[in-house]
Design a protein around this ligand. Structure first.
Ligand code: ZN
Length: 144
């Protein structure tokens, strides 16, 4: 129980003071993703240089899980090269598909493990994945 409330606090902190929120003036690409089942929307601007994530900014409206997860994603993936960003992203997707059985790799996912409990609620998994899927879409297009 204590762990759960700690995790809730991490999510609330990111929701109240999100990182990298507010779209940058310059970007390589902009993508817009939404999650109609909850009404969450994320617009993401991505800039990459020499295969490394140089800038991720985002804006959006939605539930605390979707917004907090986008904030965590932007913190974690900034400065990573494409391969490492996809490794982290895959680990987060795997955690979301674990149905509550995994607690996540904290070395790799840092604050992302706070969302482990979300994997028990199928309706919320898309909320948690929204920002991450926007990043994947953007990064894949930039690297193509
Ligand atoms: Zn949502």
């Amino acid at each position: 129980m204590e762990l759960d409330s700690l995790y809730q606090q991490v999510i609330l902190d990111h929701y109240r003071t999100p990182s990298n929120k507010g779209l940058s003036a310059f970007k390589d690409i902009q993508v817009h993703h939404n999650n109609p089942s909850c009404g969450d929307e994320v617009t993401l601007n991505l800039t990459m240089k020499d295969g490394v994530v140089k800038e991720i900014t985002w804006d959006g409206v939605g539930c605390s899980i979707s917004m907090a997860s986008a904030s965590v994603m932007s913190e974690l993936l900034l400065g990573k090269n494409y391969q490492d960003s996809m490794k982290i992203l895959d680990a987060f997707v795997e955690l979301m598909q674990s149905k509550g059985k995994s607690s996540g790799d904290e070395q790799l996912l840092e604050d992302g493990v706070a969302f482990a409990g979300v994997s028990k609620f199928p309706a919320r998994i898309k909320c948690a994945l929204l920002g991450w899927m926007a990043f994947k879409d953007a990064a894949t297009q930039v690297m193509a």
